[in-house]
Design a protein around this ligand. Structure first.
Ligand code: AMP
Length: 192
């Protein structure tokens, strides 16, 4: 199995490059942000809980998020047989440790972590533009500041976590989308 964690700050291009990865490799895509937004749209109880955190730019509590991920994995065993693109998960050390255990229990592991690196000014520009284009409610200046602070405090320590395991591959996340993807493909092929 090829299990890819696509990692980076909000606005770094994880969703866009996940779409490219899906087209190139036969992998199952899990975007935890999409799972939550879908629950909000369908008006589920989980959606109502998630919305309160998302609108403030905060993370959904680890226990809840880890449970959701396990459910998604278990309900898509066949689709995920070749491997999974984890997009937006893990976002904390606790989630990364839980992911390790979950994959171990399923006889597999993280193959590589693709870290999209983009300067902060460009992240903000991209997120504000996406908010205007898509109407995504957490893509506004106020929430963005919180999301970036959360990224620095809770998520960026994962770089060191995965570097220590020899799994982190840094990718320059600026420039042309296709050129960024060429770099990603080379990084993925190196571990295939
Ligand atoms: P994203 O679409 O990945 O940018 O996620 C949008 C929002 O969903 C985040 O700002 C969080 O509030 C929430 N979220 C998504 N993934 C996670 C996660 N792995 N852990 C906690 N919260 C998450």
């Amino acid at each position: 199995m090829l299990n890819i964690v696509i990692f980076g700050a909000p606005g770094s291009g994880k969703g866009t490059q996940s779409d490219n990865l899906i087209k190139t490799y036969n992998l199952f895509h899990i975007s935890t942000g999409d799972v939550l937004r879908d629950n909000i749209k369908r008006g589920t109880e989980l959606g109502a809980t998630a919305k309160a955190y998302i609108d403030k730019g905060q993370l959904i509590p680890d226990d809840l998020m880890i449970g959701i991920l396990a459910d998604v994995l278990d309900s898509n065993k066949e689709a995920a047989a070749q491997g999974v693109i984890f997009d937006g998960f893990p976002r904390t050390i606790a989630q990364a440790e839980a992911l390790e255990t979950m994959l171990q229990e399923r006889g597999t592991s993280v193959s590589t972590v693709i870290g999209l690196e983009v300067p902060e000014e460009e992240l903000i520009e991209r997120i504000i533009l996406r908010g205007k284009q898509t109407g995504r409610t957490d893509d506004n200046m106020e929430t963005v500041k919180n999301r970036l602070a959360v990224y620095h405090n809770q998520t960026s320590p994962l770089q060191a976590f995965y570097k220590e395991k020899g799994l982190y591959q840094a990718i320059k996340g600026t420039g042309k989308i296709e050129e960024i993807f060429d770099d990603i493909r080379r990084a993925v092929d190196a571990v295939k």
